[in-house]
Design a protein around this ligand. Sequence first.
Ligand code: DGY
Length: 331
Amino acid sequence: MAQRPKVFVTRVLPDAGLQLIEEMCDADVWRDALPPPADVLRQKIADREGLVALLTDKIDDALLGQAPKLKVISNFAVGFNNIDVPACTERGVCVGNTPGVLTDATADMAFCLLIAAARRVVEGHQYTLAGKWKTWEPLGHLGQDLMGRTLGIVGMGRIGYALAKRCRGGWDMRILYSDVFSNEKSEMTIGARRVDLDTLLKESDFLSLHADLNDKTRGMIGAAQLQKMKKTAVLINTARGPLIDQKALAAALRDGTIFAAGLDVTDPEPPDKDDPLLRLPNVILAPHIASATVRTRDNMAMICAQNLLAGLRGDKLPAWVNPEVAGKRRK
Ligand code: DGY
């Protein structure tokens, strides 16, 4: 890299990655708290070779068409449903993501939502703050037990497996999963059993979503699926909001079709002000924070910087979403 390559970074990232990017590149960093509007993003990347994007930045073919010099997009996330990857490949643009480093933090958050929703922790907190706690109540605040129950995992990848391992080892749960692929490691180490989605819905006490968002998985948990779940079931989503039909979920939580839900992701993000979920006591809503620990975000920033720099140099990306672009990368 004779001259420092020009890059655009759509948000301030942890220093662990941003310092390296600023040292090695001519970096324009968007310093607002909110994402750059689409027209600003379009202008910003018009003459840039590299882009660091977040899951809130939509990168489609039309946008790519306005960025003729772009060689690499480094997404500060493991998920990349914000990017039209086939369009990037077609145009010779490399795409990187941040797998692995956020597995434990995300599994911890899924478990946190699971136990908090099952034991009605947030509801109890609000009850206490509202001055409603008058005495110890034999019949009040009853939740669901965890020991020995059945955990259903939709998408037994890295994060699904990490959650299943916690629940098997710590709470002696039976582990079922549904996935297009079988996960032999989970079957060998924690006795997980692969079943079809219907069986998973019917048998799970806790159902946790870890699937990618794509045309096949969008809306995969709707009214019909919720009807098949146990009345005592708790639904957890730390993956992507649109996996769930949110209106159907609100109805199911309101009429007792399922017991509770813990969501780190919604559709849209943030949820609309009039979303019925915001007024239900048996749902916990977190603002997409599953990877939000200091160490995890530092690690994500480092991988993100390494992907960007490798893409600019013409090297192999450490975490490469579209290695099939190799033969036709932009020079
Ligand atoms: C991801 O990485 O895809 C998460 O949603 C944010 O960390």
